[in-house]
Design a protein around this ligand. Structure first.
Ligand code: PEP
Length: 249
């Protein structure tokens, strides 16, 4: 059975208390009668999680963009999955390419973070994706499937883990792979999940991320084995994000 799609917004380091208005606007779009056949998630910066979670419109889950591997302790500036759960988050993004690049996060560390997320009963969104140099060298599937193998925990099941394929060169650039290229990578990820988890592998959601916007969402979301989107820039404005959710109306 096809998994329920997920359209997730990653606000990155954007958003102040006043951004609550965008969350409310999103709620208005979602409650205007044109129900979407997908789950909807917003991952604001840590500072907004508790406020957003306590005022989340019906049908909008709130998540975080990273966490530490430990529950608590001497880790200045870090935040644990337990704290995120306590604040009202239900999902945590791990292994975003900006974390892998800016903070030197390895796939092994990403897997440990995902394990910490699962241990709190939260859902992990595990990000994978090739750089432009890797794509040009014909290494896309090797890189992506290697990251999937090393970053997705052994204890993952469709209910607690989402995989997000985000080509690094497509993030924030306005460039996207062709629909055929997206389908090829997603189908390869699906194959790897089935090989590893058996039939359950068919139930995992595999999101596409990288310059998704209202004008390209429908064709990208229709590609084989694409079960939703992870959206950066276009998730900041409720009208744009709603235009992407339209792919599921
Ligand atoms: C992202 O960073 O997860 C992302 C997909 O960004 P954008 O949509 O802005 O390309």
């Amino acid at each position: 059975m096809k998994p329920t799609a997920l359209v997730a917004g990653n606000w990155k380091m954007n958003g102040l208390a006043s951004s609550q208005a965008e969350l409310e606007a999103l709620g208005n779009y979602l409650s205007d009668g044109s129900a979407a056949d997908c789950d909807v998630l917003i991952c604001p910066p840590f500072t907004l999680i508790a406020a957003f979670a306590s005022n989340a419109p019906t049908g909008v889950a709130i998540g975080a963009q990273d966490c530490h591997t430990n529950k608590s302790g001497a880790h200045t500036g870090d935040i644990s999955a337990e704290m995120l759960s306590d604040a009202g988050a239900s999902y945590v993004i791990v292994g975003h390419s900006e974390r892998r690049a800016d903070h030197g996060e390895s796939s092994a560390l990403v897997r440990d973070k995902a394990n910490a997320v699962l241990a709190e009963g939260l859902k992990a969104i595990v990000c994978v994706g090739e750089t432009e140099a890797e794509r040009d060298a014909g290494k896309t599937l090797d890189v992506v499937l290697g990251q999937v193998a090393q970053s997705v925990p052994a204890g993952s099941i469709p209910e607690n883990t989402v995989v997000a394929y985000e080509p690094v060169w497509a993030i924030g650039t306005g460039r996207t792979p062709t629909v055929a290229d997206v389908a090829e990578v997603h189908t390869a990820i699906r194959g790897a999940l089935v090989e590893r988890f058996g039939d359950a592998g068919n139930g995992f959601r595999i999101l596409y991320g990288g310059s998704v916007k209202p004008s390209n969402a429908a064709e990208l979301m229709a590609a084989d084995n694409v079960n939703g989107a992870l959206v950066g820039g276009a998730s900041l404005k409720a009208s744009d994000f709603n235009g992407i959710i339209d792919a599921y109306r």
